[in-house]
Design a binder for this molecule. Structure first.
Ligand SMILES: NC(=O)c1ccc[n+]([C@@H]2O[C@H](COP(=O)([O-])OP(=O)(O)OC[C@H]3O[C@@H](n4cnc5c(N)ncnc54)[C@H](OP(=O)(O)O)[C@@H]3O)[C@@H](O)[C@H]2O)c1
Length: 301
């Protein structure tokens, strides 16, 4: 198949490298370097949107967006609209909020343009082993693009999840689960470095061990093993954890639907806390303890 790909970041450029083995890929990106890089692997370079659509040709076009969710994706959907015609297919493979995907589906549907939301998981390692794809939209469009999903995914690694928005909804929940699992690992390792065995514990060896037959083995534990192999106590890292939205959105969903979401909510709060050098909450607690119990407080330096 012929596929146009916009967004050649950490995910996009690897996905193109995988797709180009079986399909014709026209690749476009804001900065030119990644375009040149994927062109060396066999993709057709397009340095402008005009050039991109010219190279995609006149037949039913497939445009895959792999961009940061929110404004950047929105901006690109608007930018490509004048180039699109009835029957073209737009795929958003980024981590968009599912309500945005439903809105985009409706907006494009009004012009006869088809839209699929494809939650993509697997991170950068998936470049080698294949991705996990959660697909939402009209089933006939999904079926049409199945050869593309097959080429991108690991074996049994793609699923039609349901109507518009469902792909990104399932991905949102996937990422929410990831928050909770990561938080549990962070807390467990923190206890180990504060344990009576703190001096002796070797987090690299322990995570390596846990990846061999234990119940908590798995991809995230492999990531931990890799990280500890490079920096045994993560001394080089600052305690600052970002989030890209899926945690917040899933918590909002859970609140609205009355679903208890305690572990995942707490995990997001810990990420927020990690960004605050000094917390007012902590100051209030210290002041109250000092007031009611005369407990010592530390003066600010
Ligand atoms: N990284 C992961 O593990 C992962 C996993 C699953 C899903 N995702 C999702 O996949 C999408 C892409 O992620 P990524 O990790 O590949 O991101 P990334 O490495 O940060 O790449 C972002 C891409 O978007 C382009 N871009 C950023 N801001 C732009 C702007 N204002 N205008 C035009 N282009 C802009 C960048 O172009 P330049 O090259 O010019 O900067 C680059 O091609 C996101 O929605 C992300 O949430 C990521």
């Amino acid at each position: 198949m012929k596929i146009g790909f916009i967004g050649l970041g950490r995910m996009g450029r690897n996905m193109v490298a995988r797709l180009v083995k079986k399909h014709t890929i026209v690749a476009h990106n804001r900065s030119p370097e990644p375009i040149k890089e994927v062109a060396k692997k066999g993709a057709i370079a397009a340095f402008s949107l005009e050039d991109f659509f010219k190279k995609l040709g006149d037949k039913e076009r497939i445009v895959w967006l792999m961009l940061p969710a929110g404004e950047v994706t929105e901006e690109h959907v608007i930018k490509i609209m004048p180039f699109l015609k009835k029957g073209d297919i737009v795929v958003d493979g980024g981590n968009a909020k599912y309500t945005d995907s439903v809105r985009r589906y409706k907006m494009l549907d009004g012009k006869g343009i088809r839209f699929l939301d494809v939650g993509t998981s697997g991170g950068v390692i998936a470049a080698k082993i294949g991705y996990c794809l959660m697909i939402g939209g009209d089933k006939d469009v999904y079926q049409k693009l199945e050869p593309v999903f097959k080429s991108l995914a690991i074996e049994e690694g793609y699923l039609y999840c349901g109507p518009a928005g469902s792909g990104h909804y399932v991905k949102m929940v996937h990422n929410a689960i990831e928050y909770g699992m990561m938080q549990a690992m962070g807390e467990g390792f923190e206890l180990l470095v504060n344990s009576p065995y703190a001096k002796e514990v070797d987090l690299h060896k322990i995570s390596h061990l846990w990846n061999h037959g234990s119940i908590v083995r798995g991809f995230l534990m492999e990531c931990a093993e890799n990280a500890f192999s490079k920096d045994a106590r993560l001394d080089k890292l600052a305690d600052y954890v970002e989030d890209t939205g899926e945690g917040r959105w899933s918590i909002q969903e859970a609140l609205e639907r009355g679903v208890p979401f305690s572990v995942i909510t707490q995990s997001l709060y810990v990420r927020y806390r990690s960004r605050q050098k000094e917390t007012f909450n902590g100051k209030v607690l210290a002041a109250l303890r000092n007031e009611f119990g005369g407990h010592a407080v530390k003066e600010k330096k």
